[in-house]
Design a binder for this molecule. Structure first.
Ligand SMILES: [Zn+2]
Ligand SMILES: [Zn+2]
Length: 574
């Protein structure tokens, strides 16, 4: 088995352990192990030389499983798990209310091993004969099964991305697949995704659909035909695969990427040029025959437009912008980022030391990293009193002797209820960077919150407004305040706005980033990392910035070290 097949077997083990009710730590260990295996360059050599355990994330149990899978293509542990649990458990767990106990009871009493079995048994009124089930449960189960085809399960962008990467690797390894990509909301980097839309190019679509449907981590296949397959993953996320011949690939990718509003607007542009853009592709009005369009860029060119990046395809003015001279050519990219901002260490609530964070940043090719632990008021997050802050400065100096990447010292200072910052100015002035964030008292009135933020932004030392609106995607809405007033204060003060890359925050939202840009505000793309792995959050920050139309020239941590230091130095003159 190659590393991807091994990783997928590890993930199946994790999912089965989860279904069995094992501790979330063990379940996560399998997911971590799967990712570690995917990342190794030469799995064969590591197995041969018995060096698997040197890979971070692989302990003795996982190492044995990986070696066995690699050598024999099977795992005794996986087979034991499959045998221990009722067959079809991943699929049956998708139905609301179907706990492991109930699945087991139905398996033992009626031999149910799949969604089809369950549906038939309910329809025939056999489920009600099992102890603990009644006619009402049967109705609920049938409604749950019917709902599976349409149920919307929203997941966070990073989660969708991880699932899509696994599926795409499987697809690309498939028979004669020449290309495979994610389209839809995921390609546009929306904060949440309710469906993974995948597209593959192949000469023989039917064999790709077969290959896809055989992916062990699909909990159930909802529907399929010769060039299309809809399925659900064990966490309920819906996946749609379409397969096209290579010649039709990019036009199909464009249509499946959307958004709907963007496509509508392009349709209007097409009509204005005597063309039509629809399901059949781009064609002359009155003719069914599609015009030869090989790439997305071709398609836009025929509409008199430059290629528009997926992240801006929302009909928010992007179709009109090129006429005013804005082609989005300088939209921020991940490669523009030169330093990692907003990083926590063991000094507050982070998992890794200053040196570990620095080495990880260096391994990512970064030129600088800012260490910004919490300030005293965030005592629940280990906020640093002055003496500990000074001890951290010593540690930063020591770590600096061992690494090339430049370590900058900073703080994530609480914005107190009255808008003051958490350390005296004399201390803040000695820092390289000050991030100022709201961490408590979210429920003050809009007027109070606005006053609090405006006061903080007008503080004479330069600061970065951290996770601006205090939201958690899907779980906590942004707090109330007059954003226009606060952004006006940012624009006229020594302040910049953070684009927070923590996949749960992704704050501030693209709409307000665009509003901030109009005022000439500068940005920092941050990681809000609490571990070395989370330094990679920067990619989500970049994705949000792109959705907010942020340009390289507007981003402070796209600057080289010296210019960045000058731009964010708290005490420097305006
Ligand atoms: Zn924070
Ligand atoms: Zn933070």
């Amino acid at each position: 088995m190659d590393r991807f097949a091994v990783a997928s077997a590890l993930r199946e083990m994790g999912r089965l352990l989860e279904a069995r009710g094992d501790s979330p730590f063990r379940v996560r260990a399998y997911e971590r192990g799967a990712r570690a295996v995917e990342g190794v360059a030469d799995l064969g050599a590591l197995v041969e030389q018995d060096r698997l355990r040197e890979v971070p994330g692989i302990g003795p149990v996982l190492a044995a499983a990986v070696a066995e899978l690699h050598r024999t293509g099977r795992s005794e542990r996986l087979e034991r798990l499959r045998a221990q649990l009722p067959p079809g458990i991943l699929e049956l767990s998708l139905v609301p209310g179907m706990t492991r106990k109930r699945i087991l009871a139905l398996h033992q009493a009626l031999g149910i091993r799949s969604l089809d079995d369950l549906k038939q048994a309910c329809e025939a009124g056999r489920v009600r004969t099992v102890k603990g089930f009644g006619p009402r449960t049967e109705e609920k189960i049938l409604a749950g099964i019917a709902g599976l085809a349409t149920r919307e399960e929203r997941v966070l962008l990073y989660h969708a991305l991880r699932e899509a990467e696994g599926l795409l690797r499987h697809l690309r390894a498939g028979p004669c697949v020449t290309r495979a990509d994610a389209a839809g909301a995921l390609r546009r980097c929306e904060e949440t995704v309710s469906e993974l839309q995948l597209l593959a190019a192949a000469a023989d679509p039917a064999s790709v659909v077969d290959h896809f449907a055989a992916f062990p981590l699909l909990a159930t296949v909802l529907s399929r035909n010769l060039d299309h397959c809809a399925a659900r993953l064990p966490d309920g996320l819906r996946v749609e695969l379409a397969v096209t011949p290579i010649a039709a690939y990019e036009p199909a990718l464009h249509r499946l990427t959307g958004s709907h509003a963007h496509l509508e607007k392009l349709g209007a542009v097409a009509r204005g040029r005597g063309l039509a853009l629809d399901e059949a592709g781009l064609h002359r009005a009155g003719s069914e025959r599609p015009l030869p369009v090989k790439t997305e860029a071709d398609l836009y060119r025929r509409l008199g437009l430059p290629w528009l990046p997926p992240e801006v395809r929302e009909d928010e003015g992007e179709v009109e912008a090129p006429a005013e001279g804005d082609t989005f050519a300088d939209l921020l990219t991940e490669g523009d980022i030169k330093g990692l901002v907003h990083c926590h260490t063991v000094y507050s609530d982070g998992k890794h030391t200053v040196e570990q964070m620095a080495r990880a940043a260096e391994a990512m090719g970064m030129r600088y990293i800012t260490i910004t632990d919490h300030s005293p008021t965030a005592h629940y997050a280990g906020g640093l009193p002055l003496d500990r802050l000074k001890r951290q400065w010593d540690e930063i100096a020591k770590a600096q002797e061992k690494v090339e990447v430049r370590l900058l010292r900073g703080t994530e200072s609480d914005i107190l209820a009255d808008g003051a910052l958490d350390y005296p100015d004399a201390i803040l002035e000695q820092l390289d960077i000050v991030i100022a964030s709201v961490h408590n008292r979210f429920r003050m009135s809009s007027e109070q919150m606005t006053r609090r933020l405006v006061t903080a932004m007008r503080h004479p030392l330069f600061k970065v407004w951290g996770h601006a609106q205090g939201r958690y995607v899907l779980t906590r809405p942004p707090f109330d305040c007059d954003m226009d007033a606060v952004l006006d204060a940012v624009a006229s003060s020594r302040a910049a706005v953070e684009v927070n890359g923590d996949p749960h925050r992704l704050d501030m939202v693209p709409r307000w980033l665009r509003e901030a840009r109009k005022r000439g505000v500068r940005f920092v793309i941050s990681t809000d990392a609490h571990s070395t792995a989370q330094l990679r959050n920067v990619r989500f920050g970049v994705a949000m910035a792109r959705r907010g139309w942020v340009r390289k020239g507007e981003v402070l941590n796209a600057l080289p070290l010296d210019a960045f230091r000058r731009a964010v130095r708290p005490g420097a003159a305006a």
